[in-house]
Write a protein that binds this ligand. Structure first.
Ligand SMILES: Cc1cc2nc3c(=O)[nH]c(=O)nc-3n(C[C@H](O)[C@H](O)[C@H](O)COP(=O)(O)OP(=O)(O)OC[C@H]3O[C@@H](n4cnc5c(N)ncnc54)[C@H](O)[C@@H]3O)c2cc1C
Length: 379
């Protein structure tokens, strides 16, 4: 059995020129970006830069032109995402809309929904968030209890979502709800695209260990949501969410969250590092390069129309282990002189505090390993 099928990563067009364009954009805008935000940067925000990317045609890259997209190849998009992540650009505001909500609306949404949201998303001006997790439904998503009852006036939504990244800055949440009363597990679920300024919808902050307000709780108190907010087919929410998770797990963000720290370390130690540091940089670079090849291969499989569920789970699990281990290894290797280097130590402190979350978001290691085992026919 082939455990990890390698697909050739072969984007069309002039890839070096595309990379150079993104690097030049970053160089032209990075002056005001805080050092800490250069790591884990698909969770940091800069509305002006999101708009710049929209104007430059670097959002909604693969979407049809009639919805504001640019009809580029998915692997060209991958190249742009990789450059933005490795370059420390704050891309969190538009990340979810561009990565998964927009593509889901293209696949399952109505014409009205596409016209309402996609052009603004491709312009970097409309942001979306993911309404999946609930207080008792995280890994076990089929336990979702937040309900939507169909009435002649609209959907009456009641319940609570939690850990919703960026909800306080988003316009809408693609939300998984139980639409069939009394249904169990993954039956009777549907997705609604809920505008977050609707009366009865309240977004409350959760402050994380770094002191950042990044994620939220969303409460629904008898909120009346228009009937045409239903995305796709009533009762097919589980199937749609599974497609969404494949998009969520397969990108380069799953191993690059600590990348700024590696760059800062290399900058700090200069061309002639101590042997132990040189060895660490070599080890981290080799691991990163291997993960990069695996991630590109997974993206190529997805772009070819195949389902890389197992490969994506492998890259995410190994990638999260890598990006979590890096700050601990750097911390252990630093001597007093390096620890006194304020930029490096500030970034290290930040990544140490942020890194426990890397392996929770988008599926925990246990869940991913369950998927891998199932894919390999072991359970
Ligand atoms: C930074 C961050 C951003 C997030 N953003 C979003 C977002 O935007 N939208 C959203 O909907 N959610 C979001 N989440 C939530 C995330 O998807 C959940 O935290 C995750 O799915 C785990 O769910 P849980 O927290 O309920 O933990 P639980 O499911 O309670 O798991 C607790 C522990 O038990 C283990 N476990 C659970 N089930 C099993 C099993 N069957 N076998 C073995 N072990 C098991 C888990 O691996 C974990 O270690 C975010 C989380 C983080 C950390």
């Amino acid at each position: 059995m082939q455990i990890f099928a390698i697909h050739p990563f072969d984007p069309p067009g002039d890839v070096p020129a595309l990379r150079a364009r993104v690097r030049a954009l970053i160089a032209g805008h990075e002056a005001g970006w805080p050092l800490e935000g250069r790591s884990n940067n698909w969770f940091t925000f800069d509305a002006a830069f999101s708009r710049v990317l929209g104007r430059e045609g670097l959002l909604g890259m693969t979407w049809p032109k009639r919805y504001g997209g640019h009809e580029r190849h998915p692997l060209e998009r991958y190249v742009v995402m990789e450059e933005l992540l490795a370059g420390g650009a704050p891309v969190g505001l538009h990340w979810i809309a561009d990565r998964q909500t927009g593509p889901l609306l293209l696949r399952y949404g109505t014409e009205n929904q596409r016209r309402k949201y996609l052009p603004g998303m491709a312009a970097g001006e409309i942001y979306a968030c993911i309404g999946l997790s609930e207080p008792n439904a995280g890994s076990d998503l089929a336990s979702v209890r937040t309900s939507a009852r169909k009435t002649p006036e609209g959907w009456r939504v009641n319940g609570q979502k939690v850990w919703t990244s960026g909800a306080h800055r988003s316009h809408a949440a693609l939300t998984l709800l139980r639409t069939e009363e009394g249904s169990q597990r993954n039956a009777g679920l549907s997705q609604l695209m809920i505008d977050l300024d609707t009366p009865g919808v309240t977004v409350r902050p959760i402050v994380d260990m770094t002191g950042t307000h990044h994620f939220n709780e969303i409460f629904f108190d008898d909120a009346l949501i228009p009937l045409d907010a239903l995305v796709g087919t009533e009762g097919e929410g589980w199937k749609q969410v599974t497609a969404e998770l494949a998009l969520e797990r397969s990108g380069p963000e799953r191993y690059l969250s600590s990348h700024a720290l590696l760059v800062a370390l290399i900058d700090a130690v200069g061309p002639d590092p101590a042997p132990a540091i040189a060895q660490l940089i070599g080890r981290l670079t080799a691991e990163m390069w291997t993960l990069r090849q695996m991630s590109m291969s997974t993206a190529a499989k997805l772009a070819a129309g195949d389902d890389p569920m197992v490969e994506a789970a492998i890259v995410k699990d190994l990638g999260n282990a890598f990006e979590q281990a890096m700050p601990r290894l750097v911390q252990a290797a630093l001597d007093a002189d390096l620890a006194a280097n304020s930029d490096l130590s500030r970034l290290l402190t930040w990544v140490l505090l942020a890194s426990p979350s890397f392996s929770l978001r988008g599926g925990t290691p246990e869940v991913l390993r369950g998927i891998i085992a199932k894919g390999l026919g072991l359970r």
